[in-house]
Write a protein that binds this ligand. Structure first.
Ligand code: ZN
Length: 112
């Protein structure tokens, strides 16, 4: 039997963490107040920064969504079960990635 209370606490903590990060990045992305003072090189750097920030932002939002789904699975009693093949996800894996949706086999299958 999984100790879902433990994972629930972890997930909520992680969620706050990622949500805070996404908020901070969004603030960085909305830098209207600095838009005027740029020459071309600075603008290019800014664009590169924005790209990095955007991908970090997407990643953060994606993780928050995964965490929300994991919290839902705790509520409906399917937490820790691979949504791909239905086997129990290894507890060590859940300790590292408590919002893991797939077992290692399915996660690796997804990548390749
Ligand atoms: Zn699986």
């Amino acid at each position: 039997m999984l100790n879902t209370k433990k994972y629930e606490a972890q997930l909520k903590e992680l969620r706050q963490d990622f949500a805070r990060r996404v908020t901070a990045i969004s603030k960085d992305l909305h830098h209207e107040e600095t838009a005027i003072e740029k020459d071309f090189a600075e603008q290019a750097t800014q664009l590169e920064n924005d790209e990095v920030l955007n991908s970090l932002n997407d990643e953060g939002k994606g993780t928050v969504m995964q965490i929300d789904k994991a919290l839902l699975r705790i509520n409906n009693g399917t937490f820790g079960i691979c949504t791909g093949c239905g086997v129990k996800i290894n507890e060590h894996r859940l300790d590292v990635v408590p919002y893991a949706e797939f077992c290692i086999e399915c996660a690796e299958g997804e990548v390749s």
